[in-house]
Design a protein around this ligand. Sequence first.
Ligand SMILES: [Zn+2]
Length: 269
Amino acid sequence: MQRTGSGVNFARYALGEMTILALRDGHVDMPPSRLRQEGDRPFGTDLPASVQLVGGKLRLSVNAFLVIARGRHILIDTGAGNAWEPSMGLLPAALEEAGVAREAIGTVAFTHTHLDHVAGLVAADGTESFPPATRLLVPEAELPLFRRSGRLARFRARCTGFAPGFELAEGITALAAHGHEVGHTAFEVTSGGETLLIWGDIVHVPSMQFSRPELTWEFDADQAQARAARREMLARAARPGCCVAGAHLDFPGIGSVAAEGEGYAFTPL
Ligand SMILES: [Zn+2]
């Protein structure tokens, strides 16, 4: 996989015959207490010095990814739109900067249904961000969560559930990575012998959770399952020829993973 272009809010890559775009939705700052050690305990004065803070907070990048395969445009996650902090909601501008018309996107698939991944379906002016014909794919275990959202009411009847193993398109397969949320899903994208694992929220704090995958996140619905999923996905990502794309890895959020000591190390591409 190699980078073929970039702008302020996007980076473009070639993955075999496919094109991958990393799209910046923005960032969100969170208190370091969100990071949890064994037993779901927040750190206090014992917060490791290697945790990177901005103004005393953890800064999480919020990224979405577009896969272009045989002319089909498949968007993975949509950012937060205007539903959360004003530091997010850049996705439409990122697409425009990358020269991708929103009308070109035929499928939107979600890693899970948290606000910073689904709320961008609605544009800041209240209209739909993507054309009404766009196929909306939601992990089936999270259809009830998706349908509970008032903001997303207009999409309730139009979304389709999918299970692990589902092939979104040739070379793009859904993998169970449950734990952060009940249906949390990774997408394995393969072309020309290269693989990209678009893994959603497997890592929230890159400065800590690669080297110490046992650390969890306050918003992991099931801490133990999220920890196990992280270990499984890290092992999968550490294979030769594989890169990862993370929703909360520092923008553009794409790089490689290698085993190091008791944990792993991440190298941005
Ligand atoms: Zn997230």
